[in-house]
Design a protein around this ligand. Structure first.
Ligand SMILES: *Cc1c(COP(=O)(O)O)cnc(C)c1O
Length: 365
């Protein structure tokens, strides 16, 4: 059987996965190893699956150097449920949480928090259509926030925090890292809660990873249903109810791949090289312009425009015909977005730049 056709997939999520992971997962659909039962058909209480979830957790602890005193949780409901679950557990009635508003996802997170307490906007770049990350000097915290929430990478607008903000006083840091989780080294000890939907950098849709500092369980501020209580997952080791078993399995394979590639520092260097090459080209181009401000540019989602919607559409079609897929930008920015997650191959960046150069030579104003 010949290898199936694989395009360069610039999708923002669900997104490209390592081919070795897809092949391995495919081989285990009919029978996980020599168990005679496919990976999707195993009980979540059986030995083979318990070994998988334990290995996934161990790999996360190793790859991200997770300190003692933190739990690694596999949840459902996507990052969007974390928008609600975090304040439901940790934002008391009448209390305040501070949100750094750097894009649509932070706004959505803040909106959910308002159902439970007060939300203070510590900074916002909305006035310039979220084209940058406000500096610490432009960030003002409230007096005594329960926690500080930020979105480390703004998938839609193509901006990324260079380093994490420092919360004031006793507040803990909460991060939605859905689109840059494990794309570079991370100091977990700076976070109280770090969460990410898996479908951008870690695996298939349906699993949400959360890393939670255990002492925060004592700050739970109201009774919540079991399925929305972090404690349920900490105590039940994410096996209180049926977890997304297949997703956790693929996540484990992706973690094995990250480790084989040299871990987060090697992955981070490669991501930086891929994105820098593309930004360098964009900075030199007469036709294409990046939309994110220098100093705030995302290494994961590179957004760019020609300044003319028809030309954008023509380029997207031109690229599509050359096997460069899903380059259309989000409607709130327009233009193009090239998502260059961990598994996106460097050769695809070269192909994209080649196509842009060719297109530019025939379409430049
Ligand atoms: C994609 C994305 C989300 C939404 O994730 P779901 O898993 O669909 O809920 C939230 N935040 C960020 C930063 C994202 O990129």
């Amino acid at each position: 059987m010949s290898a199936p056709l694989r395009h360069y997939n610039f999708s923002a999520g669900p997104a490209v996965l390592p081919e070795s992971v897809l092949e391995e997962a495919g081989r285990n659909l009919m029978s996980l190893g020599d168990t005679g039962v496919g990976i999707m058909e195993h009980s979540h209480r059986g030995k083979p699956f318990v070994a998988i979830i334990e290995r996934a957790e161990a790999l996360i602890r190793k790859i991200a150097n997770v300190p003692d005193g933190y739990s690694v949780l596999f949840l459902q409901g996507g990052a969007s449920l974390q928008f609600a679950m975090c304040p439901m557990n940790f934002l008391p009635d009448g209390g305040t949480a501070d949100y750094l508003m750097t894009g649509s996802w932070s706004k959505k997170a803040g909106k959910e928090a308002k159902l439970f307490g007060k939300v203070h906007t510590a900074c916002s770049s909305e006035a310039t259509n979220f084209d940058r990350i406000p500096s610490p000097a432009e960030t003002t915290y409230s007096d005594d926030p329960a926690y500080v929430h930020f979105t480390s990478n703004n998938t839609i607008f193509g901006t990324q925090f260079p380093t994490e903000p420092t919360p004031p006083g006793d507040a803990f840091l909460v991060c939605d890292a859905s689109s840059d989780i494990f794309s570079r080294p991370v100091d977990v000890s700076k976070y109280g809660l770090l969460y990410a939907g898996a479908q951008k950098n870690l695996g298939p849709s349906g699993v949400t990873l959360a890393i939670l500092r255990n002492d925060l369980l004592e700050r739970k501020c109201r009774e919540v249903p079991a399925m929305l209580d972090y404690k349920t997952y900490v105590e039940g080791q994410s096996l209180y109810n049926t977890p997304p078993t297949f997703g956790i399995y693929v996540l484990m394979l992706v973690l094995e791949w990250i480790e084989k590639e040299g871990g987060l520092s090697a992955i981070g260097e490669r991501n930086e090289a891929k994105a820098t090459k593309l930004y360098d080209y964009l900075d030199s181009s007469k036709l294409f312009k990046p939309t994110a401000a220098k100093g705030s540019r995302s290494l994961m989602n590179v957004c760019f425009v020609t300044g003319n919607e028809e030309t954008d559409a023509a380029f997207i079609k031109y690229a599509d015909e050359r096997g460069l897929k899903t380059l259309k930008g989000h409607r709130s920015v327009g233009g193009m977005r090239a998502s260059l997650y961990n598994a996106f191959p460097p050769a695809g960046v070269d192909k994209l730049i080649e196509a842009m150069q060719e297109f530019e030579s025939t379409h430049a104003a």
